[in-house]
Design a protein around this ligand. Structure first.
Ligand code: HSE
Length: 406
């Protein structure tokens, strides 16, 4: 019998309890041993809930229970999740978490403790919810040099952009609707400003390149500036606007970014719509591999956590090597990253055409029937060159990078 404690009985924690209960038989068969949730830490009471009797309010009760072998952290936030996870690993208990903020901030330290204590720190659910991506990256793709990762890593923003594209609605209206339907948080800042996707691509880059990728070092741009006019231009270009978290090997360094991009139907991520997530990984031997599924949601995310529980159960006393050093990954300076840009300027074509050519050199005009603005696509230029040209012009309404086509 494998005894488990769950820290946090919210959406994901209660989902883990449900998956373990409902799929008990196949989980036991595939693990080779029965699992039992022995205690659940939460400040709240849950009268009438099937887990009511298991609730404890003090972490010490779990910490001091020598029968606990695996700890599931589904509290979210950095503190006290970090302290509880660290204490559990130091006791040689494997920890399975869905907490991307914790993994992005403290991954290398917690992985090292797990290695020293011959247990495991596992975090399949921290990126892409129910999509298996962490384990494939760590093991199935281990022989490959990862050349590039591009991901639609946030369901809220993908839903908003999809609705804006399909219904022609503006950002604010779609956001309110998404909140009413429970797809977007009451405070949606982390999603719409790209911070959630930034932590996820930081985790993927750290695993792909074996070094700590500081999320604070990744250029991050959300979707709040995207308007219905941008969507119309995208349509004229036969493209869609998506927000990508991406990283790419460039010589000895890696470039990483979170930003909206324009992609054509040729791109493998073009058809990933609504709340779905997908991640495209390019290995130097395996080629393009795409992972698609539900990036959030109670049971999908809980299924990923339970897969970690089963992995931990099958590896008691054995650390599964995770290469993620605390030494920082050297990122290409943002100003040196290269893209083509779709740019909109306020004012007429006559007022802007010559100015735009002077600032950007060769450009390709884009028409969407707006006489009060002038839009075009640049050639490939660096972010630094783009920023200088934008400053020189002084009338940029918006710009969106053109995504490479897969
Ligand atoms: N808020 C996240 C999303 C949930 O919208 O994708 C999973 O991290």
């Amino acid at each position: 019998m494998i005894n488990i404690s769950i820290l946090g009985y919210g959406t994901i924690g209660s989902g883990v309890f449900q998956v373990l209960k409902e799929n008990c038989q196949i989980i036991t068969e595939r693990t080779g041993e029965e699992t039992r949730v022995k205690s659940i830490l939460d400040l709240r009471e849950f009268p009438g809930d099937c887990a009511e009797e298991l609730i404890v309010h003090d972490f010490k009760e779990i910490d001091n229970d020598d029968s606990i072998q695996i700890v599931v952290e589904t509290m979210g936030g950095l503190h006290p999740a970090y302290e509880f996870v660290k204490a559990s690993l130091e006791k040689g208990r494997s920890v399975c978490t869905s907490n991307k903020a914790l993994v992005a901030a403290f991954g290398p330290e917690l992985i090292k403790i797990a290695e020293e204590k011959k247990c495991n720190f596992l975090f399949e659910a921290s990126v892409g919810g129910g999509i298996p991506i962490i384990r494939p990256l760590k093991s199935s793709l281990a022989p490959d040099e990862i050349e590039q990762i591009s991901g639609i890593l946030n369901g809220t923003t993908n839903y908003i952009l999809t609705e804006m594209t399909e219904k022609g609605a503006d950002f604010e209206t779609v956001l309110k609707d998404a909140q009413a339907k429970g797809y977007a948080e009451k405070d949606p800042t982390a999603d719409i400003e790209g911070h959630d996707a930034c932590r996820k691509i930081a985790i993927l880059a750290s695993l792909a390149y074996g070094r700590q990728t500081g999320f604070e070092d990744i250029y991050t741009e959300g979707i709040t500036k995207i308007t219905d006019r941008d969507i119309n231009y995208a349509r004229k270009l036969g493209s869609k606007i998506k927000i990508f978290g991406s990283c790419k090997k460039q010589g000895d360094k890696v470039s990483a970014m979170v930003a909206p991009v324009l992609i054509t139907p040729k791109h493998p991520l073009y058809s990933v719509d609504g709340v779905f997530n997908a991640i495209l990984v390019k290995g130097n031997m395996a080629g393009d591999i795409m992972f698609y599924g539900q990036g959030a949601g109670k049971l999908a995310t809980a299924s990923a956590v339970v897969s970690d529980i089963m992995e931990a159960a099958k590896h008691r006393g054995i650390n599964i090597k995770t290469i993620w050093d605390s030494q920082k990954l050297e990122l290409v300076p943002f100003e040196e990253s290269v893209s083509k840009f779709f740019v909109r300027l306020s004012g007429t074509k006559a007022e802007n055409e010559a100015k735009a050519r002077k600032a950007f050199g060769s450009i390709t005009p884009v028409e969407a029937g707006y006489s009060d603005e002038y839009a075009f696509i640049t050639e490939e230029i660096t972010e630094g060159a783009y920023a200088r040209a934008e400053k020189e012009l002084g009338n940029v309404i918006n710009k969106i990078r053109i995504g490479n086509q897969g």
